[in-house]
Design a protein. Sequence first.
Length: 120
Amino acid sequence: MIHHVRLAVADLERSAAFYDALLAPLGWRRHFDRDGTVGWGIAKPVFFISDGGGAGPGFGQVSFSARGVVAVKAAWEAGVAAGGKDVRAPGQADEVGSGTYSAFLADPDGYRVEVTIGAD
């Protein structure tokens, strides 16, 4: 089980606005915002971004679980509208570890973000 994830970002305000938009359709909210770190979750913060951590080129991916197709689409649309780059529109997933239906985008720092539902 993963306890939490933290990503370093180049512009905290820009990235926080992106994740506010992306995570709201999934039922997540901001629980933490101080000392250059912002955290989201459903019951408690489990996903954090922070400034000053040396964000740079490279690979990073985080996948958020959605409760259905409508939530995947809403999160992807909100993320793209908030400055995310479309990587792959919502549809059937074939990537390793993905659910049955996913959408992919890149956040403002280039981290790959997946929103997915799994098979029940």
